[in-house]
Each structure stands twice: as C-alpha cells, then as structure tokens.
Design a protein around this ligand. Structure first.
Ligand code: ASP
Length: 346
C-alpha cells in the first residue's frame, strides 16, 4: 500500500469489547466486526487507511491457544509490508499471555503491535472500548519525523497507559484500569497528548528483517508454593509424563521451604533435565536467589532465576524456547537472557 496516509490493520480476535448481551440468558456473547465498527463512527474521522481481519468465530480469550497465537503472527507476517502498524482486539483475560508470546514470536519487530480490549462492551453507554481502540490505533500509526515508528514493540494499551506487552499483568476484573506493568515503566501515557517515554522504548535494528516464529511446546506447568504444600502433590506435579519445565512461584525475593524432601524433589527434577524457573509471587520486584539461605538452596538444586518476569511471560517464554527443540542448557541460558525487554538484568 503506497500511500501518504498511515495504514493500520485491525485484527479482531474477540473479547468483551465486541460482545453483546444475549437478551434470553443475559450472558455476553460475541458479535461480528462490522457491528463493532458501527459503534465507533469516530474511526472514519482518522486520516488513516484502516483494514480489518476478523477471527471467525471470535473467541473469548479464555479459549486462547498457541495455535491461535500462530494465526495472529501469520496475519501480521503476511501483511507486514503493507501496514505501518497493527492493533489486536483481544479479551482481557489472557491478553498478557498473548502479548508476551507475540513479543518472542515476532523477532526484530520494527512496527507497532498494540493489543487492546475493554471491560465493558463497545455498544454500552459507559464503554471503555472506544477510547482504548481509538488511542491504540493512533499509537500504532505514530511515527518520528524520520518516518520510523515511535513504538516498534508488542504493547498493551489500556485505560490511558501503554505498557510493554511482556511486562503487563491483568490486575483488575472490575475497574477500567485492568492492567499494570509493575516492574517496568509505562511506554506512554495518554492524556490531552500522548506522552511517550522514549528512553524506555526498544530500538530495533532496521537493517534486519522481522522474523516470525510459530512453534511452542506446552509441556510446562506453573506451580505456586504455599505454607503446608504436601510432598505428594509436589511429587506428582514434578513427575507428570512429558514435563519439560516448571515455573515455580516462590515467596518474596525467591524463597522456598528448606525442608529436605522439597530441595531433594527439585534437585532430582533438574537432574532429569527438567528446567525449573524461580519467579516471585509478589507482583513487584525480582528474584534474588543469593539473598537468603532459602534461595541459595534452590540455586544448589539447579533452579534458575526468572528475575522480575511476570508469570505470563515466564510460561510463554519457556513454551517458546522449548518449541525450538534446543538443548536444555541453551533454554536455561536464554531464560537468563533478555530477548524482548522482558526481564531486567544488568
Ligand atoms: N472473558 C473476556 C475475554 O477475555 C473478558 C474480557 O474481554 O475482558 O475474552
């Protein structure tokens, strides 16, 4: 598309933003994209070329799967040259997982990919969907004077804040501010103006092509510790046939019980080549395994640090790396490297 107007591709996957109340059951059900656009006549006022692609049927994001991430990536890949940016309309429930996954699947991304949705359907009077959609489109089309995009990253835009996608977490099932980025500053704030935090935005290598990846290995589990957790439970989770990696959600700065059986279970597991990544149950802060005796025991058992990763990011990064069928040592090394701005390591 050779045009002086910015061009944006809207990919509508589903979610509350495009739902309508079923008059018989009262439940929210998906409606199609044309109906959705009817509720946002403001889009016509943009001097942009806006095209759309609709999932058929649209899905509630609780049904999101890696094969659907691959579908989104294929759409972006096939349309990459024609558009300046991409906006993905997505349910909020698993939006942070999708944003994390896409940040790894779209290697050397040089264009904005902005996910958004809403807490209230776009057809309702007090909807937050219109605002989120309109500003997401504006961000997807925004460029520097030299023609490079302002935000060449996978992001979530929600309730006036633009967040790096693999740093965001859904925190609210009620209020409009549904997402937070606890461990990384917001990339932009939308008020009267959209103010970009330029120094926090990643700069890709424009001389390299964007490379799309599609494969995932889902033989992973997330295990949350709590006082009183039983050996039999840990034992059965760690012996699930085919298991390749565990995201272990520990206490505080990466601490876990020091009990002999617990450390032994972890050590035996890592010795079988299963990767165990330590992330904290706290929404803010990072794992520092050398800080307390309890953390050091985990290090000695072969557990690796997940630094300040969100759970959504840790689990999708593991599935992504395992999907590449690389040796365990390489997956461990990549888990401790910053691939797409997902962890803070010096
Ligand atoms: N259940 C919906 C979804 O994630 C919720 C939402 O969109 O906010 O698809």
């Amino acid at each position: 598309m050779t045009t002086k107007y910015p061009s944006v591709l809207l990919i509508y996957t589903g979610g509350t933003i495009g739902m309508i109340e079923n008059p018989e059951t009262g439940a929210l059900e998906n409606f199609d994209f044309d109906q959705l656009l009817k509720h946002v006549p403001e889009l016509k006022r943009f001097n942009y070329h806006i095209s759309s692609y609709q999932f058929n049927p649209p899905i509630d994001s609780s049904d999101m799967e890696p094969c659907l991430w691959a579908k989104i990536v294929k759409i972006i890949h096939d349309n990459y040259e024609q558009f300046d940016g991409f906006v993905i309309l997505h349910g909020t429930d698993t939006m942070a997982y999708t944003a994390s996954a896409l940040s790894f699947m779209l290697e050397n991304l040089t264009k904005p990919v902005i996910l958004t949705g809403s807490q209230l359907p776009i057809g309702t009077l007090r909807t937050d969907g219109k605002e989120n959609l309109i500003t997401a489109i504006e961000i997807a089309a925004a460029k520097h004077p030299d023609g490079t995009p302002i935000v060449p990253e996978v992001c979530i835009f929600f309730e006036n804040e633009l967040m790096r996608g693999n740093r965001a977490t859904k925190i609210n099932a009620e209020n409009f501010n549904a997402f937070r980025s606890f461990n990384y500053p917001v990339l932009a704030k939308a008020g009267i103006h959209i103010r970009y935090n330029e120094h926090c935005i990643r700069r890709p290598d424009y001389s390299r092509p964007m490379k799309a990846h599609y494969l995932f290995d889902t033989n992973v589990v997330m295990l949350t510790l709590f006082p009183g957790i039983q050996e039999s439970i840990i034992d059965s989770v760690l012996h699930v046939p085919g298991l390749k990696a565990v995201v272990l959600k520990t206490f505080g700065s990466g601490n876990a019980p020091q009990k002999e059986w617990f450390i032994r279970q972890l050590k035996e597991t890592t010795e079988r080549g299963i990767i165990i990544v330590n992330i904290t149950q706290c929404p803010t802060g990072a794992v520092e395994m050398k800080r307390y005796e309890t953390g050091i025991k985990l290090l000695q058992a072969g557990v690796i640090s997940g630094y300040d990763s969100t759970p959504e990011c840790a689990v999708t990064k593991l599935m992504f790396l395992l999907g590449h069928q690389m040796p365990v040592e390489e997956v461990r090394r990549y888990m401790n490297s910053n691939l797409a701005g997902e962890i803070s390591i010096s």
